[in-house]
Each structure stands twice: as structure tokens, then as C-alpha cells.
Design a protein around this ligand. Structure first.
Ligand code: SR1
Ligand code: MG
Length: 401
């Protein structure tokens, strides 16, 4: 058996000639234009167009972290992403890219070209908020969260799906990067000298460490629903003309607590708001800070609307719905806190903060760390997203340069 090929811009056309089922109807022989646009931490991404303007995307995993070749990474993650795409697409095709095919030998997935969309994080950085995306993501998380939970799957079906979607290596990365490394000395952690005291304060905060430790256990133990697993604003594509919103890059997907995906969106909106505040764009910061509430409201409304279709209403009465919603709300807040803090302290920082000049970066980083703490711990007193947002807003404005 030959080694898997590693695609380049120059070899994509030949590869598609040999793998016509991945070409998704493109006329390969008539000539292709190929661009490599991967800008995440892990993969190659090729945008391909034929002479007639038909398009497809190929995504191929590298055997290591793209931004750190000394860090090996299982290529099986592509098969796992394909499985998530398939499951999520079955439930909510509107909010994920269409899947065209998968070459398991070479770890290449063919999917819908969404170049007429933009990455939400880049848009937020450029000052374009796309507020409709929060509500769309709330509905997406509710639909897949419900359909892949015990409310949407019979016990044996759910257990089979849990077994088929385990993602040990990438889940461990999340365990380490989100819940452990920011709280210990680790070479992945880099902050401005001026923020070192802020990080030290977090590490001495017993209440925060308790919540982060317990949240890590929930992430590890709880198989509530099939998560996207990395739903930050860089994993979301938006198109203003028809308010299209797509979650992509689900290679970290696995079963976990439903609130984890909501928390990822929430954290990255706090980060975007901290950037806007640091730049003195207060109105925009306020608009962005209002989005987690819209995310939550859309999630809750959709989840409640799906409730009558649940499996086994004999046992799952309305009080179970209330308990489940309360649990997801509380989880979303602590995961938001953890995910906000990790993007400032550890590996894979947020461009929203990193692209600021040093003075503003210091202020924004401090604000995000304090906001993250407030989300993780403050929710114990009051986990209403609106009230938590008010606390976060206060923290961001107090930290103004
Ligand atoms: C080595 S992967 C680093 C990070 O990039 C992804 O976006 C995930 O968030 C992961 O933690
Ligand atoms: Mg990614």
C-alpha cells in the first residue's frame, strides 16, 4: 500500500482525475483554477473552480499541526469531521457545508465551496458584526443538540453513535488547551509582560480553579450530544445577502455537554467585544455583547419547540426539560469563561486581540481574562445570559484604555 499523497496546488487536478467521485461534477480535463487558503492551525484547504465556474473545496489533514510541524496530529481527524458533517447535515443542512465525498486513504474530504461567505471572526475584526449569525447558531446547536441526545435517539442508537464518533486525540487537545494549560506553567502560554499579573491572579483564584476543574470533568464525562467541538467565530461562515450562516471545521467534534458549543460562540463574542472596546468602538462593542443573549434565546426557543417530539415522554416530563435547559445554560457560561481565558493565555490565540497594538492588546487581554472569570464563577449566583452580559459589559468598560 502506497503512502497517502499530500496535495499541492499543482497536483490537485491530477488527483481529481484519479478520484472522480470527489470532483463533484467539475470538468477536470477542461482546466481548473486552484487556490490553497487554509489559515487555521491544522489543515490544507483548496478552493477549486472549473472553466464553467463550478466549484468544490478539498480539505486535507496534515500529519502535524500546520503552525507547528513538530507537533504530530492524527490524520483520522478528517474521517471524524466527515462523520460529524454527515450527522449534523442530516439534522440541520442549512447550517453546515454540503458533503460531496471522502477519500479515507488520503484523508481528503470534498465539500461545498462557500467562498461567497466570509469567516465571521475576520468580519468582526473588520467591524462588520453580522448579528443574525448568533440566532442562526443558537438554532443549529439546539437542533443537533436535541437530535443527538437521548431526546432524539433511542438508547442503543445513541450509544452506537457515541462509540462511532470518539475523537480521543483531538478531545485531549481540548482538555489540555482549554482546561489545563492556561492554569499551569506551560510552553504554550505566552502573554505580554504587562498581563503576567492578570494570569497569576487567575491561577491563584480557588473559586475559578474549582469551576474549571469541574467543567473539565463534565467535558470528559458527559456525552449529552454530538458537538461541533470548536465553534469559535473562525469556524463560522457568514453571508449577509441572505443571512446564510454555516458552521465548518468540525474535526474536534465528539459527544460532550451541549453547552460547550454555545460557550465557544459566547467566548469569542466577548473577545470580539473586548477588541471593539479597546479600539474605542463602544456602540459596536455593545451590539456584539448583546449577541450571546440572542444566541441563548434562539437556542432555548428551538429546544423547547423540539420538545414535543422527544423520545419517551413517559419519563421525560416537562420538569426534565426545565432541568436540562438550566444545566445547558449554566454549562454554556462556564465553558464560555474557559474558552475566553484560553484564547488569551495559551496556544491558538484570537486574532481579534493579537492584531491590536501592544497597549490596546494589554487592556483587551486583561478584560477578556476578567470577563472569563466572571462567566465561569459569576454564573453560580445568576446564570441568566442577560445578567452575565451586564457584568461582562461592566468589566470591559472598566478596563478601557
Ligand atoms: C493544535 S490545535 C489548536 C486549536 O486550534 C483549533 O481551532 C482548536 O481550538 C484547538 O484547540
Ligand atoms: Mg479549526
Amino acid at each position: 500500500m502506497s503512502e497517502p499523497v499530500l496535495l499541492t496546488v499543482d497536483t490537485v487536478a491530477g488527483y481529481l482525475s484519479r478520484e472522480p467521485e470527489l470532483a463533484a461534477g467539475l470538468d477536470v480535463e477542461g482546466g481548473l483554477s486552484v487556490l490553497e487558503v487554509g489559515d487555521g492551525n491544522l489543515n490544507l484547504v483548496f478552493l477549486i473552480e472549473d472553466a464553467a465556474g463550478r466549484r468544490v473545496v478539498l480539505k486535507q489533514s496534515l500529519p502535524h499541526v500546520r503552525t507547528d510541524p513538530s507537533w504530530p496530529m492524527t490524520r483520522e481527524r478528517t474521517a471524524r469531521e466527515v462523520r460529524i458533517l454527515r450527522e449534523h447535515g442530516r439534522v440541520d443542512a442549512e447550517h453546515v457545508p454540503a458533503l460531496y465525498g471522502f477519500d479515507a486513504r488520503n484523508y481528503v474530504v470534498a465539500m461545498e465551496d462557500l467562498r461567497d461567505h466570509n469567516v465571521w471572526r475576520r468580519e468582526l475584526i473588520a467591524g462588520r458584526v453580522h448579528p443574525y449569525a448568533a440566532e442562526a447558531l443558537g438554532r443549529y446547536v439546539a437542533k443537533v443538540g436535541f437530535a443527538t441526545s437521548v431526546f432524539g435517539l433511542r438508547g442503543p442508537d445513541k450509544r452506537r453513535l457515541v462509540a462511532a464518533t470518539v475523537n480521543p486525540e483531538l478531545s485531549e487537545i481540548t482538555e489540555d488547551l482549554v482546561f489545563t494549560e492556561p492554569y499551569v506553567e506551560h510552553p504554550h502560554n505566552v502573554v505580554l509582560a504587562a498581563n503576567e499579573a492578570d494570569v497569576a491572579a487567575l491561577r491563584e483564584d480557588g473559586s475559578l480553579l474549582r469551576e474549571i476543574g469541574l467543567a473539565k470533568i463534565r467535558f470528559q464525562d458527559d456525552a449529552q450530544s454530538l458537538l461541533h467541538g470548536d465553534l469559535h467565530t473562525g469556524s463560522v461562515l457568514v453571508r449577509e445577502s441572505d443571512e446564510s450562516v454555516r458552521a465548518f471545521d468540525a474535526e474536534f467534534g465528539a459527544f460532550g455537554p451541549t453547552g460547550f458549543d454555545l460557550g465557544a460562540v459566547w467566548a469569542n463574542l466577548v473577545i470580539a467585544a473586548a477588541r471593539a472596546e479597546a479600539l474605542g468602538e463602544r456602540t459596536r462593542a455593545a451590539v456584539i455583547l448583546g449577541l450571546p443573549e440572542q444566541l441563548w434565546s434562539a437556542f432555548e426557543a428551538e429546544y423547547r419547540a423540539l420538545w414535543p417530539a422527544r423520545i419517551d415522554p413517559r419519563v421525560f416530563g416537562n420538569e426534565v426539560l426545565e432541568g436540562t435547559i438550566a444545566r445547558i445554560r449554566s454549562d454554556a457560561a462556564v465553558f464560555a469563561g474557559a474558552k475566553a481565558i484560553r484564547r488569551v493565555v495559551g496556544f491558538a490565540k484570537a486574532a481579534d486581540i493579537e492584531s491590536l497594538d501592544e497597549d490596546r492588546r494589554e487592556v483587551a487581554a486583561r478584560a477578556v481574562l476578567r470577563a472569563g472569570r466572571s462567566l465561569a464563577v459569576g454564573r453560580l449566583d445568576d446564570d441568566a445570559p442577560g445578567n452575565l452580559t451586564a457584568h461582562v459589559a461592566e468589566i470591559l468598560t472598566t478596563a478601557r484604555p
